[in-house]
Design a binder for this molecule. Structure first.
Ligand code: DC
Length: 212
């Protein structure tokens, strides 16, 4: 079984995907981390994530074992990720890895769940279940603010909002694989839902899709 989860930044995709993976014995791939790793690798090499040659070189040589989760979760990594994700040749370089993971998940799992921006539309158009997780800009800003506060990081709320808007615009307006729900995706708006409520609804949706 392949489950595709797409949606904008901070809509709650990651938490949901992890919990669904556990509930249905699926292997989980956070595809945003591949773009984040490419962005950080470009910076580490002294390159510019917005320059095609620099970003493609990093994507082709990507070794995900050289990054800790903390390296990839910074705002700088998120911004660099959305810049490299804008470049079609970077997306092409990361496509095979994602498709292979979906088709050949680690032994013992019953399938895979991938989350990102273009899983239901480009990476796994034949997925058995497609979810598009969204939430209002304000709800997503408040979740990110809480995350930063919980981590003890200093932040300026207006900056968090501006960064989120810029990232949304880059994700939605790019010509290749823009963030749009697949035609056959089930849309879950989590603005007014707790994480537990969102999980319960998504789980019921996927259960209804499981082949018996
Ligand atoms: O989900 P995230 O914040 O970790 O994603 C980081 C960036 O990577 C985001 O700006 C969009 C991009 N991305 C993408 O273009 N396609 C994906 N499948 C996953 C992420």
């Amino acid at each position: 079984m392949i489950v595709a989860i797409d949606g904008p930044a901070a809509a709650g995709k990651g938490t949901l995907a992890r919990r669904l993976a556990e509930a249905f014995n699926l292997a989980y791939l956070d595809t945003g981390s591949l773009y984040r790793a490419t962005g950080v690798a470009t910076l580490r090499a002294g390159g510019d994530p917005a320059v095609e040659a620099d970003a493609v070189k990093a994507a082709k040589a990507l070794d995900t074992t050289t990054f800790s989760p903390a390296d990839l979760r910074t705002e700088q990594a998120g911004t660099a990720a959305s810049q490299v994700a804008f470049i079609p040749a970077v997306r092409a370089a990361l496509l095979d890895f994602q498709r292979n993971f979906a088709k050949n998940p680690p032994p013992g799992s019953s399938g895979a769940v991938l989350d990102g921006r273009d899983i239901g539309t480009v990476v796994c158009p034949d997925a058995d279940a497609k979810l598009f997780i969204t939430a209002s800009l304000e709800a997503r800003v408040q979740r990110r603010v809480k995350e930063l506060r919980d981590k003890g990081e200093s932040f300026i709320e207006a900056r968090v909002r501006a960064d989120m808007e810029a990232r949304d615009a880059r994700d939605q307006d790019r010509s290749v694989a823009p963030l749009v729900p697949a035609q056959d995706a089930w849309i879950l708006d989590t603005t007014a839902l707790t994480a537990d409520e969102a999980f319960a609804q998504a789980k019921a949706f996927i259960a209804s899709k499981v082949k018996r």
